[in-house]
Design a protein around this ligand. Structure first.
Ligand SMILES: [Cu+2]
Length: 70
């Protein structure tokens, strides 16, 4: 499986609960995903074999709108 790294700009993350909610959501798509949340920058850096669209959908379903990704 090829992995790629994507940085998502995500709205509404404010505390450790948000960090674990977003991390859990991404890891439901890919249990082996690396997820790094930066609350100051409001970004989520994901290294995963799952598609960008699938990860974006998972973050949004957890309740955090994705504004952009690159
Ligand atoms: Cu929170």
């Amino acid at each position: 499986m090829t992995t790629s790294s994507t940085i998502f700009s995500v709205s509404g993350m404010s505390c450790g609960h948000c960090v674990s909610a977003v991390t859990r959501a991404v890891q439901q798509v890919d249990a082996g995903a690396s997820v790094k949340v930066d609350l100051d920058k409001q970004t989520v850096a994901v290294t995963s074999g799952a598609s960008t669209d699938a990860v974006k959908a998972a973050i949004e379903q957890a309740g955090y709108p994705v504004k952009a990704f690159a």
